[in-house]
Design a binder for this molecule. Structure first.
Ligand code: CTP
Length: 420
């Protein structure tokens, strides 16, 4: 990904996740983006100005009333010189100050004075995140056009579990890239290509209040959608029910059931690339009741008859005029990973399969990391365990390299000649 020539004003506020801002700066610099860092007083309690300045290769600004800072650039100019203002991590406190329009330090003054888009990456304790005050502040910021990436669900530094963890730096980078795209999608090796990505679980109703679902978080699929967009693709994300925010710059179709996912995916065709990361329920209840199922006097539990759901991947991977040029499936397995996934690739007719071991001990299903085996026509390749955003970035790069290799595609559908 390149962000060459772009400038980000990065405000680092005071939370334990501030250390991750250093990695974000490193990623931005590696992408060629200039970073002007602003460290709040609380932020400087967690990371040092020297570390920030060294990685950013740029002076760090801290004080609204600093004669040197003000003489050097001036806060109004500082707020406007960037292409995008990013707050990462954004604490509950800075979000509250933004929502209230306060300007009581350099960071909030810049946020009030800027004429550029702003992206916030919240990070805080789960109770603070769920507090009605924070919820209201976020809603008012969103209504004003502030973009939000994360937070993610996971274990926090305070050992509580839930939403509130800072989005991974790679995910923040992808959100920045999408927002800095000249008009909608970013220009990159996948510019001009349309990608469909399915993500998350599906929910199959039993009755109006109960459903069958699975543990998929959607994190891997959403990250793939963002990574493809960051490489310039136009992306349609078909998402089952997840707690993740919609990735910026991407068309998102929200669905609940497998049947709805199939419909939305077919409606999004034609596409050059289709990635099926969703954990689609294989079965649904044959006759989902219109009324809540009540307990009977005898106490006998209801017997649910299940019927098979349509296999969306197999249907779209079947040869035909609307088959995307590159169809990638996922294989969630708990045993015989290579054999089962290779067989699944053949059976479903997809070009590549991303296989992963979802045994509970791996912590992959619903977790932050993934260890995948990429199976293509050339064989199987094991990737080391890494963050789901990194897997997404690596997969997107592989997809771009594939299209660079096969050069100009034949009209969709002439894919009888399978992609390698
Ligand atoms: N898939 C799909 N539609 C379905 C079921 C699965 O599109 N109804 C896709 C998934 O998105 C994934 C791939 O098929 O890309 C494999 O899903 P998986 O659950 O691993 O395979 P199953 O077909 O369910 O096979 P099994 O349960 O026997 O492992």
């Amino acid at each position: 990904m390149t962000l060459a020539g772009k400038r980000v004003l990065l405000i680092i506020s005071g939370g334990i996740a501030a250390y991750k801002a250093l990695e974000l700066i490193r990623l931005l610099r590696a992408a060629g983006c200039a970073v002007t860092p602003v460290l709040t007083r609380a932020g400087a309690e967690f990371i040092t100005p020297l570390a920030v300045q060294t990685l950013a290769e740029n002076a760090v600004f801290q004080d609204l009333f600093s004669l040197t800072d003000e003489a050097e650039i001036g806060h109004i100019q500082l707020s406007r010189a960037a292409d995008l203002v990013v707050v990462a991590p954004a604490t509950a406190h800075i979000l509250a100050r933004m929502a209230a329009g306060l300007a009581d330090d350099l960071a909030t003054t810049l946020l009030l004075a800027t004429d550029k888009k702003a992206l916030v990456a919240p990070a805080m304790n789960v109770r603070m995140w769920q507090h009605p005050a924070t919820v209201a502040n976020l809603a008012s910021l969103r209504a004003r056009g502030v973009f939000v990436v994360g937070p993610e669900v996971g274990e926090m530094a305070c050992h509580e579990f839930g939403p509130g963890r800072l989005a991974e730096p790679a995910a923040i980078l992808a959100a920045i890239a999408a927002l800095l795209a000249p008009e909608g999608p970013l220009t990159g090796p996948l510019t001009g290509r349309h990608a469909i990505v399915t993500s998350g679980p599906t929910q199959e109703p039993i009755d109006p209040v109960r459903y069958i679902a699975n543990r998929s978080s959607g994190r891997q699929g959403h990250a793939i959608a963002a990574a493809l967009a960051a490489l310039g693709a136009r992306v349609t994300l078909v998402s089952g029910p997840v707690t993740l925010p919609d990735p910026p710059g991407i068309t998102v179709r929200h669905v609940e059931t497998a049947a709805e996912m199939r419909e939305a995916t077919l409606a999004a065709l034609p596409a050059d690339i289709a990635v099926f990361a969703a954990a689609v329920a294989d079965w649904r209840v044959a006759q989902a009741g219109g009324e809540k199922i009540k307990k009977t006097a005898s106490g006998a539990p209801p017997i649910l008859e299940l019927v098979a759901n349509p296999d969306i991947l197999a249907e779209i991977a079947a040869p035909g005029p609307r088959r995307p040029r590159l169809v990638i499936g996922f294989a969630a397995e708990t045993e015989h990973l290579t054999e089962n996934a290779s067989a699944k690739r053949q059976r479903k007719g997809c070009d590549w399969i991303v296989a992963n071991d979802v045994s509970p001990a791996t912590g992959i299903m619903g977790g932050a990391e993934n260890a995948v085996l990429l199976i293509t026509g050339d064989g199987a390749e094991a990737w080391p365990r890494m963050g789901k955003e990194e897997v997404a970035g690596k997969l997107a790069e592989r997809i771009a390299a594939h299209f660079a290799r096969v050069a100009s595609p034949p009209p969709s559908g002439e894919a009888a000649e399978r992609e390698k």
